[in-house]
Design a protein around this ligand. Structure first.
Ligand code: SF4
Ligand code: SF4
Length: 155
């Protein structure tokens, strides 16, 4: 009986407090900017240096590129196997051009593991989705860059 009353006391105490649970999937979470979800890829920024693939602890990135007549190297393929990716963020840390970044995409449930091999088109689409969903973050970055450039200008 004492246990029951104690439990009821806890329930009554918690009832008026602010709720932290969400009615997912009807209400979706707003993840912070540094959330480590599935990658997004800026295909044109990639210089095919292979650093992301080399640092990956689970060896789940594979990519290839070719040098064009203008001597510029361009990405041909970029695949991540999300069956083994641990979303550790190391690949984005080493990328010299910030071509590969994390996003807030997190719903990756699949019936087949084969569907967890995602190519550069999917990763690029994820970048476009991220830009569409967070225009304010890109606005903030642009303002930050403008301020840095102005500060760097000779007086
Ligand atoms: S997040 Fe980590 S495990 Fe996933 S691809 Fe990048 S380096 Fe590899
Ligand atoms: S580290 Fe960045 S630039 Fe280099 S291959 Fe990977 S994504 Fe491309």
């Amino acid at each position: 009986m004492f246990g029951f009353l104690k439990g009821l006391g806890v329930t009554l105490r918690e009832l008026p407090k602010h709720k932290v649970t969400l009615q997912y999937p009807d209400v979706r979470p707003e993840w912070p900017e540094r959330f480590r979800g599935v990658h997004r890829l800026l295909v044109d920024e990639c210089i095919v240096c292979n650093q992301c693939a080399r640092i990956c602890p689970t060896d789940c990135i594979s990519l290839s590129g070719t040098r064009g007549e203008d001597k510029k190297i361009r990405l041909d393929t970029f695949d991540i196997n999300f069956d083994t990716c641990i979303l550790c963020d190391l690949c984005t840390e080493v990328c010299p051009t910030e071509a590969i970044l994390m996003s807030d995409t997190f719903e990756m449930a699949q019936y087949s593991r084969d569907n967890l091999y995602l190519d550069m088109h999917w990763l690029h689409d994820n970048e476009l989705r991220y830009e569409r969903n967070h225009p304010e973050r890109f606005q903030k970055d642009a303002e930050g860059n403008e301020a840095t450039e102005t500060a760097g200008e000779p007086q």
